[in-house]
Design a protein around this ligand. Structure first.
Ligand code: SF4
Ligand code: SF4
Length: 84
């Protein structure tokens, strides 16, 4: 099974603590260059090649539960039976 995912981080609720970035196995979470209303640089998904697998490690470690994970699982095609 191949899994692809994406995450949505609540821009205004993220405090930019950076706990999520180093635990991402795909290294696709970076801090934003801009600030939210609280003065923090929120984390964001930077994934131009679609490498997020939706593993949800980032969401588990986030102390403020501001990450929502979407995961799409695509089953491999079933093998075609050989003709008798
Ligand atoms: S769901 Fe997994 S791969 Fe995707 S951003 Fe979070 S930790 Fe990284
Ligand atoms: S762990 Fe949560 S609060 Fe901390 S930077 Fe990541 S998304 Fe923001």
């Amino acid at each position: 099974m191949a899994a692809r995912g994406r995450i949505v981080i609540e821009f205004e609720r993220c405090k930019g603590c950076e706990l999520c970035a180093p635990v991402c196995p795909q290294n696709v979470i970076k801090l934003s260059d801009t600030f939210n209303a609280k003065g923090y640089r929120p984390a964001q998904l930077v994934d131009p090649d679609g490498e997020c697998t939706g593993c949800a490690v980032c969401a588990v470690i986030c102390p403020d539960t501001v990450i929502t994970v979407y995961r799409q699982i695509t089953p491999h095609a079933a093998p075609v039976a050989a003709a008798a």
